[in-house]
Design a protein around this ligand. Structure first.
Ligand code: TZP
Ligand code: MG
Length: 211
């Protein structure tokens, strides 16, 4: 079974993590309760993705947190990552699945109800749904969907879902009330001077959600 605890999903951003770096940010966030760490670096080539990904994998070893690689299927395979995450503009999901094999988790970004309904649960293991709010972290993001949109897309989607886009600790209740299985954040953790405390604050909100 390819399952993933999506509850607190950290997406790394090399610019926002510039202070202590992506590996230390990931380590701190996992100590604070992050269940997933995604390596997302739009400027890195495959060699650098592999180098950073291997360092992340070593840092996360034994913590129970999963390592996801964004976009770069070759790097995901070389690292032996737990998961690959692709967007609608990347390779299609069947092609990605063929490249990563049966064991690796596959995540797919979904921005509309129509796309959510087209997710094949035999191929894709979870969906990243958003953006919930407009965010300066992703310059080319699609139209924000709000919590009502999130609930609609979650209902249309046949796989577990993680919400993304402008989310902070204060939104945890809304995210779970919309039916999502977790929230993915960049700036709410990477953009802070204390990523462990930032992750812990979100994690404490998640722990209090009645499920
Ligand atoms: N995909 C949709 S919004 C987004 C991504 C990668 C960025 C979310 O960043 P933040 O800082 O949590 O709003
Ligand atoms: Mg992508």
């Amino acid at each position: 079974m390819r399952t993933i605890d999506l509850s607190l999903y950290l997406v790394l951003d090399p610019d926002l993590c510039a202070g202590i770096g992506m590996v230390e940010t990931a380590r701190a966030a996992v100590a604070g309760g992050a269940s997933v760490v995604q390596l997302r670096d739009k400027h890195a080539d495959t060699a650098l993705m592999i180098k950073t990904g291997r360092a992340l994998k070593a840092a996360l070893s034994g913590t129970g947190a999963l390592l996801v690689v964004n976009d770069d299927v070759e790097a995901a395979v070389a690292i032996g990552a737990d998961a690959l995450h692709i967007g609608q503009e990347d390779m299609d999901a069947p092609t990605a699945r063929a490249r990563i094999g049966d064991a690796m988790i596959l995540g797919l970004s979904v921005e509309t109800e129509a796309l959510a309904g087209r997710v094949d649960p035999a191929i894709v293991d979870y969906a990243g749904i958003g953006p919930v709010f407009a965010t300066s972290t992703k310059a080319d993001h699609k139209e924000p969907i709000g919590f009502d949109g999130l609930a609609r897309l979650v209902r249309a989607c046949p796989v577990p879902a993680v919400a993304i886009g402008g989310l902070k600790a204060a939104h945890v209740g809304n995210v779970f009330a919309a039916g999502a299985d977790g929230l993915a954040v960049v700036s709410a953790i990477c953009g802070t001077h204390d990523p462990e405390a930032a992750a812990r604050e979100i994690f404490e909100h998640i722990r209090r959600v009645p499920r």
